[in-house]
Ligand binder design. Sequence first.
Ligand code: TYD
Length: 216
Amino acid sequence: MTAAKTNKKPLPKKGRLIAFEGIDGSGKSTQARLLYKQLQSEGIPVWLTAEPTSNQIGTLIRQGFSGAISFDHRTIAGLFVADRLDHILNPEFGMKAKVEQGYTVICDRYYLSSFAYQGSHMPMEWVMQANSMAVELLKPDLTIFIDVTPELAMRRIQETRANTELYETEKNLKKVRTNYRKAISLMQPSERIVSLNGKEGVESLHKKIMMLLKTV
Ligand code: TYD
């Protein structure tokens, strides 16, 4: 069967990595999914993934968040580093291999999440240092930061979820948002990070993201 008949374009020589970031309740996962569906409908080879992953280390992290296992925040920070390295380097589902194969990889949260979240419990410099290998191995071609106020985020979380996780209090989200801004200003000289207002409607944000994709 030819590529045209299946509406599947051949894999480009090199793919790209698009990361979505934002505090809980920002709407980033909705936008990541919409982008995935749109690119897929255009026949572009696309791979949607997220951190924490659903693999062994990511599962441990989620057990820590739900309270099933008790971890110190520093241990969680270390687990995120390990989960991320596996997510980059794994020969089967690793993002690096996928990008090299020509996929557009969409990652719902990446290292900026660690800088912002773990950086609210320990020095951000430590978290950045611990993640430096990931930064060196695979930088996003574009990071989309969906910015919302902690008040709006909390309202959305309370409306849509049965139970909230460890980090989801307004005070924490405020700290995390401040850290995101600090991390973005530290990383922006060497990475492309675009901040979008998450108060906007889902469709209008999606259109802006599609425009941005044309530039990567
Ligand atoms: P989230 O994207 O909210 O997943 P879900 O929608 O499935 O709950 O991520 C779960 C939590 O993980 C979120 O509160 C942020 C936190 N997190 C960190 O603290 N550090 C990290 O490096 C990452 C990737 C996530």
